[in-house]
Design a protein around this ligand. Structure first.
Ligand SMILES: Nc1ncnc2c1ncn2[C@@H]1O[C@H](COP(=O)(O)OP(=O)(O)OP(=O)(O)O)[C@@H](O)[C@H]1O
Length: 247
């Protein structure tokens, strides 16, 4: 049976820092098993939007609901049940293993003094397995390639067991083969019913991965809707300020 309640909804949202709006009038909706791509030039506010959806900074105005519940009423632990985050890159100087990193996601629902047990290890291993990197479980992440590290970060988000995941430029700085690998992993998550919002600087990638797209720049939201309706040459030209032709 299809889930009716959208995983993430933003209505008439204004985002910004210290109460000053960067962009207003953001409306978005993410359903289970769907991929929403955020496109916009540098400094448009994509990361700011993610941080707002994750409850890390307050909205300047407007409403956000996660699984139908107002974000403002959710504790951090509850937010983690709804929305996981994949940062741009895994930066740690410590020799954690891939399993250690993924366990951090699996343990997100535990209390401060609880230690991850068998159930969390099983969930972490299942996440590594789903991303095809179970054999890297005991590898030190400092020794993994950029693409492998990105898959570990996605596995960490998956192990958190949230219904949706936001990914901040998940393929930035990856080579072509790793972009394909990470793209396939994102498709696999969506097939498993997880909702994904990702930001990208690559319209081709958005078109390949996304069901819908939100185009925003410092002037505001240019378009939001199904890929073919939102990513027209006209909208992309307005978004980036250069002439774009779609083929
Ligand atoms: N903590 C902060 N305090 C004040 N302003 C900030 C803060 N973080 C970001 N900004 C500003 O908000 C604007 C949007 O930044 P943001 O990082 O959200 O853009 P972005 O679309 O993710 O950019 P990029 O594509 O370069 O990653 C920028 O002008 C930035 O300088």
């Amino acid at each position: 049976m299809e889930r009716m309640t959208p995983l993430v909804v933003a209505r008439d949202l204004a985002i910004g820092h210290r109460g000053k709006a960067l962009i207003s009038g953001v409306d978005l909706r993410l359903d289970a098993g769907r991929v929403l791509c955020l496109l916009g030039p540098n400094g448009a506010g994509k990361t700011t939007l993610f941080r707002t959806l994750l409850g890390l900074i307050p909205p300047v105005a407007g409403q956000i609901t996660l699984d139908g519940q107002p974000l403002a009423q959710l504790t951090r632990t509850r937010i983690a049940r709804h929305l996981a985050h994949v940062p741009q890159a895994l930066t740690t100087p410590f020799a954690f293993t891939a399993l250690d990193i993924v366990l951090m996601g699996a343990a997100a629902g535990l209390g401060h003094f609880d230690r991850p047990g068998k159930a969390e290890v099983q969930r972490a291993m299942a996440a590594l397995d789903m991303l095809g990197i179970a054999d890297l479980a005991q590898s030190e992440v400092t020794r993994l390639s950029g693409g492998q590290r990105q898959l570990v970060l996605i596995a960490r988000a998956l192990a958190q067991d949230a219904s949706a995941i936001v990914m901040d430029e998940p393929t930035a700085s990856l080579d072509f083969a790793n972009r394909i690998r990470v793209g396939k992993a994102i498709k696999r998550l969506a097939s498993a019913g997880i909702g994904v919002i990702l930001s990208s600087h690559d319209p081709d990638q958005a078109a390949a991965l996304g069901d819908s797209a939100l185009l925003m720049n410092r002037q505001g939201v240019i378009a939001c809707g199904p890929i073919d309706e939102a990513m027209t040459a006209e909208n992309l030209t307005a978004l980036y300020g250069i002439t774009v032709r779609r083929e």
